[in-house]
Design a binder for this molecule. Sequence first.
Ligand code: ZN
Length: 226
Amino acid sequence: MIKHHPNDAILKNFVDGTLADSVSLIVSSHIELCEHCQAKVQQLTANAADSVFDEQQTATSNELDSFLADDIDFDFDVIDQITTDLSQSIEVELKTEQVTVADTTFTIPRALSSIARKDWMNLGKISRARLDFEDDAHHTSLLHIDKDGQVPCHTHKGFEITLLLEGSFEDEMGVYNKGDFIWLDGNHTHQPATKEGCVCLTVSSDALYFTKGVSQLFNPLGKYIY
Ligand SMILES: [Zn+2]
């Protein structure tokens, strides 16, 4: 069960279209997996449409009156054709892409399906494939951590959003499962570890910063992982 969701402000900004593209992409990927947020977004979208409608009501009702006054002559063959075309294009859209990295197979969120991915790079138990996505302030990547792997204790200079696509991991704050959406910043220090292995989608605004003992030696790698 999904326990961690984008907060209401993020969902509102998502509906309003004011999030950075990469953040919008990871929020959209979460919504695909989460019925709870699907319902919220539907409600927020309806509210937004209502408020636009309220503003335009006077003008629109005049336009509607004159539209209804015209004779309308439907061509039902054309409508049938459009309906058939639509149902075909929906079938295409529902096809999902499966990717295997190490021995973990996972489904690419539909929101990512048209975005090119660079090759997987490996560093011990961590593999990363950056998405070829123009959003200069942020890096968007797929990250795989193999069974019994971990990322040394670190904090974030900027923020790090993680969406768990497959498997599970845990840190000092709890256990995370498929679909969980986790937004961390410089106020959080954590050491994610996974027993069964996991695949995440991540959006980060800056390098990881390793904080403890020997792991501080990894700081040059902080740029590699994010
Ligand atoms: Zn959710």
